[in-house]
Design a protein around this ligand. Structure first.
Ligand code: F6R
Ligand code: MG
Ligand code: MG
Length: 366
């Protein structure tokens, strides 16, 4: 059976400020998706949150970019905004619903989407990652490590099914174009692109020998849709694991290093990506630090057996302590780069205003 996994998320109101999602939103979303399951549209679903983002994980047989599935997510976000976020004056009620009306597909309308359709294998371990206070480029480094770095993924060397490598689709978010690069042979070209966080984002990964879809990420850039700062894009990622794909532990291993990502306070600062359990998926210090949850599911005929809250484990305590030390260190830079993003990248920039105010006071330097 071909099953489609759709993870669609949006920030439709924070509690309190931009820190987390009120449980009322989760309950309301569960009710809506339960109704859709009863009509047969969905096989299964799981609703959760990371920081101020409400996450709808859904399984069905309708394929990717399906108007009924995307419409369900959009209508759920709109209804909750009207019935809960606005009456309770939640912070930024409906902030990610940028379009006036639904036009068949939530891509480009504000919410983030990661989807994949595949033939369910004999056993199908599925990993779901969702991050808050960062941008889609946050997945570049871990995806590279998972699918192209033999120091992270032993299977690239040891498992004959993976030995040929993987194919990466990289999106140029400025030009709206995509390129497919093969690893290991084009690894340096790949790195030359994906090291530029502000522009290039990995969207999909396939196993090279048979084009099996292995990973799919959301690549929304809200600021490019709205033309101004409207919040960070807080990305999501789906990864299939095991039996000729990276093992669950090889996928998780990539998150043991709390690498620096853009986002955090006002979407304008670099900070470490901290892996956390669902119960700690709440942004606090300086509206962060940016954090990621990792949920495991065994799919069975499209049903989701899970979640297994994978970062809820002392094995990641050291990474979290490390992330806190890095957060403390980089925070001391205050408004100085490289904590603060470069002026071009700052989405809340006051720089043009400052320059305008000072323009007559700039004199030719001796
Ligand atoms: C970052 C984020 C927050 C806000 C900050 C200021 O993605 O959403 O850090 O940027 O709390 O929010 P406003 O301008 O709404 O007061
Ligand atoms: Mg928010
Ligand atoms: Mg958010």
């Amino acid at each position: 059976m071909k099953v489609t996994v759709s993870l669609i998320k949006a920030d439709i109101g924070g509690w309190v400020g931009h820190s987390t999602v009120h449980p009322m939103l989760i309950k309301h979303a569960q009710k809506k998706l339960k109704e859709a399951q009863e009509t047969g549209l969905l096989i299964d679903f799981f609703v959760f949150n990371v920081g101020d983002d409400l996450q709808l994980l859904m399984t069905h047989t309708k394929g990717e970019s399906n108007p009924e599935i995307h419409g369900l997510a959009w209508n759920t976000f709109v209804e909750i905004t009207e019935k809960v976020s606005k009456p309770y004056k939640l912070y930024g009620a409906g902030q990610d619903l940028l379009a006036e009306a639904f036009s068949g597909n939530v891509r480009g309308m504000g919410p983030g989407v990661a989807e994949m359709e595949f033939e369910e294998r004999k056993s199908e371990p599925l990993l779901v990652f969702a991050a808050d206070k960062t941008a889609p480029s946050a997945w570049n480094l871990p995806l590279f490590k998972i699918f192209a770095d033999p120091f992270n993924t032993a299977g690239l060397v040891i498992d004959p099914s993976m030995h040929e490598g993987f194919k990466f689709e990289v999106l140029d978010t400025i030009e709206g174009k995509a390129v497919i690069l093969n690893t290991p042979e084009e690894m340096y070209d790949l790195l030359a692109l994906i090291g530029s966080y502000e522009r290039y984002v990995i969207r999909r990964v396939w196993r090279k020998k048979d084009n099996l879809i292995a990973a799919s990420a959301s690549v929304t850039r809200l600021s490019l849709i709205a033309g101004k700062y409207v919040g960070k894009d807080d990305p999501v990622l789906l990864v299939r694991a095991q039996h000729g794909l990276p093992a669950v532990g090889e996928v998780l291993e990539a998150f043991a290093f709390p690498h620096l990502v853009e986002g955090w306070m006002r979407g304008s600062h670099f900070g470490p990506l901290m892996p956390v359990a669902l119960k700690n998926a709440k942004c606090t210090r300086f509206d962060g630090p940016p954090r990621v949850v990792g949920l495991g599911f065994q799919l069975y005929n499209g049903k989701l057996l899970g979640p297994n809250d994978l970062f809820d484990d002392p094995a990641f305590d050291y990474t979290r302590r490390n992330a806190q030390a890095i957060a403390d260190y980089i925070r001391r830079h205050g408004p100085f780069e490289p904590h603060r993003l470069s002026a071009e990248e700052m989405e809340y920039t006051t720089l043009p205003g400052v320059l305008e105010k000072l323009k007559d006071r700039f004199k030719a330097a001796e």
